[in-house]
Ligand binder design. Structure first.
Ligand SMILES: [Zn+2]
Length: 85
């Protein structure tokens, strides 16, 4: 459970190789998911705050209360590789 792989941009669990993003040379990128990273580049250039707002509705769909979802994202996303400086 602890070593479950997460996309280092959006925090989505990446438990299937098909969900991994791709490098410029077509190989899989281990850090990011297919939604965030394609052909060696991020698919969009949102800020951390924007990313949180993009993720909230997905978590609400998964059954989270909106305020809790936002708080959780504020706690977890800044630690991911893309956002941690
Ligand atoms: Zn992602």
């Amino acid at each position: 459970m602890m070593d479950k792989k997460l996309c280092q941009s959006c925090g989505m669990p990446v438990d299937d190789e098909k969900l991994l993003g791709s490098n410029e040379d077509g190989t899989k990128n281990d850090d990011y998911c297919v939604h965030c990273f394609k052909d060696g580049k991020f698919t969009s250039h949102e800020t951390l705050e924007e990313m949180i707002e993009i993720c909230v509705p997905y978590m609400v769909k998964d059954g989270f209360e909106e305020g809790n979802a936002r708080e959780m994202l504020h706690n977890t996303l800044p630690k991911l590789k893309r956002w941690a400086q």
